[in-house]
Design a protein around this ligand. Structure first.
Ligand code: HH2
Length: 293
């Protein structure tokens, strides 16, 4: 692993994998919906993720689970902005999980470093917002929309189709003025994919290397893990989530997005030590360069 991730708050040196912890301020997220509805509860949860070792806290105000109803930008902002502001004020590196340019812009103005766009920068205004703010960005692959994505998804070669999609979206982003080093790509586990697609992507993650950007993987608590293990409740899937996160790291992921930071961090540390072939210490997150706030 090498390289950097250029964000609005400085360059992250990718000398080891990063752990991104999830805070959903939604009533309907699939694993933690309704748990952190008040800003105070969400902020406290964000703090606990940082205490557990999260490098980045990803704050979301709209569920993207299959079949989820969209919410408008005002409601999304009402949910997430106070949480972003409070965590930023405590020095936390924050990403905003949104598909809406208005929400991304407000989150960045409030001090967020990164936009996590499960819409894959399909929106030209979103590309411009990311470029203008000098934000880091996660460009994720999704087939359709959350409402439709699990309606019989089909691919001839799922990994190469995702690689082509991500390459196109990176080119569009750079054409809009986004710094190539600001981009991290994500195959979008569970977003318009069957269980076999998800397993193939995770097994063949290295085939995304030609896209030329670091890879983020989000497997945490997802349905395919429950399908494999018979564990019904998403919040009971943290062991399988940690195993899958560790394997993603071993397969080349630079960032893992997780709900239970402590378990997945341990898995990532062990996987990373095995892959590297040494037991060097897990270095603290290193930020370099200009703060673009
Ligand atoms: N998965 C979810 C949400 N955002 N972002 C990226 N980049 N990659 C992912 O795999 C990803 C994501 C779904 O998880 P969660 O946020 O827990 O659920 P919900 O969308 O229901 O809020």
């Amino acid at each position: 692993m090498a390289g950097i991730w250029r964000t609005r708050r400085g360059d992250i040196l990718l000398t080891r994998p990063l752990v991104m912890g999830v805070v959903n301020t939604t009533p309907d997220s699939f694993s933690d919906g309704g748990r952190h509805l008040s800003a105070a509860a969400a902020i406290a949860h964000g703090r606990s993720l940082v205490a557990a070792g999260a490098d980045i806290v990803d704050v979301g105000g709209e569920s993207t689970r299959p079949g989820a109803e969209p919410v408008d930008a005002e409601e999304e902002l009402r949910r997430l902005l106070p949480v972003v502001e409070a965590l930023v004020a405590e020095g936390v590196l924050v990403s905003v999980d949104t598909m809406k340019p208005q929400v991304a812009a407000a989150g960045l103005t409030a001090g967020a470093a990164i936009v996590n766009d499960v819409g894959g920068l399909s929106d030209a205004t979103m590309r411009r917002v990311v470029a203008e703010h000098g934000a880091g960005v996660v460009v994720m692959h999704m087939r359709g929309t959350p409402r439709t994505m699990q309606d019989d998804p089909r691919y001839d070669d799922v990994v190469s189709e995702i690689a082509d999609f991500l390459t196109d979206r990176c080119e569009a982003a750079v054409a809009a003025g986004v710094d190539p080093d600001a981009i991290v790509v994500d195959p979008g586990i569970g977003f318009g994919k069957t269980i076999e697609h998800n397993l193939t992507i995770l097994r063949d993650l290295r085939r995304l290397a030609p896209v030329g950007r670091p890879i983020l993987v989000g497997v945490s608590r997802k349905k395919f893990l429950g399908d494999l293990t018979g564990v019904d409740r998403p919040e009971d899937r943290d062991v399988s989530s940690a195993v899958a996160a560790g394997l993603a790291v071993a397969a080349g992921a630079s960032v893992v997005r997780v709900h239970d930071v402590a378990k997945s961090l341990e898995a990532a540390q062990v996987a990373w030590a095995i892959v590297r072939g040494d037991a060097a210490e897990w270095t603290p997150l290193a930020l370099q360069g200009v703060d673009r706030r």
